[in-house]
Write a protein that binds this ligand. Structure first.
Ligand SMILES: [Fe+2]
Ligand SMILES: [Fe+2]
Length: 195
């Protein structure tokens, strides 16, 4: 990973990792699945580095970092073979984080797969959160933060997964993201330049 602000991001990351609840959740994740744990750590770092670019204050940056670190926490008790169960992991994450210190985090975690054009879940009608029929409360900051977590997650998955026997090139991943990411497309180069 090619962070833009390695020192600042690293220092903030270490600061967030001191949080007792974060420590507990991450150690559970590490024990459950070490690859998922490493993926979560990388998404957390990416989120902070991008958040610094957007001049987020300490509170928002903390929410962003925690959301990146904990976005897959709902997979803890998820059997991998069952598609329905897997698609339910954002909701499970929302429930697991009920008593988490930063209340916004669970609302971001539940939406981290909703910026997919082809298969948003668990809610299928996103990212149209402005629809009158949508019961979700509209919150611009939360939408912005959710998009960053969602895109950091997608990019990290695409670039570290070997879909064939070859690693996917950055230009190929850029095309994939343009087809798949339903959020603000100007975020795509922002995240990709960090790889
Ligand atoms: Fe996920
Ligand atoms: Fe993920």
């Amino acid at each position: 990973m090619n962070l833009k602000y390695p020192e600042k991001t690293g220092a903030f990351f270490m600061h967030v990792l001191k949080n007792d609840q974060i420590k507990k959740f991450l150690s559970q994740l590490k024990e459950f699945d070490s690859k998922l744990y490493l993926h979560s750590m990388r998404v957390g770092l990416l989120c902070i580095d991008c958040g610094i670019d957007y001049n987020y204050n300490e509170k928002d940056l903390t929410v962003l970092a925690c959301s990146g670190l904990l976005h897959e926490i709902g997979k803890l008790k998820t059997p991998y073979k069952n598609i329905e169960e897997i698609e339910n992991h954002p909701k499970k994450g929302f429930l697991i984080l009920e008593h988490f210190e930063f209340k916004e985090v669970r609302k971001i975690v539940v939406g981290h797969h909703e910026y997919s054009k082809t298969n948003p879940f668990p809610r299928k009608d996103t990212p149209c959160m402005k629809k009158k029929t949508d019961r979700r409360e509209y919150n611009k900051k939360r939408l912005d933060l959710t998009q960053i977590v969602s895109l950091a997650n997608m990019t990290e998955h695409f670039l570290t997964k070997k879909m064939t026997d070859k690693e996917l090139s950055k230009s190929y991943v850029e095309e994939l993201l343009k087809k798949e990411f339903a959020g603000n497309s100007s975020l795509i180069p922002q995240v990709l330049c960090r790889f």
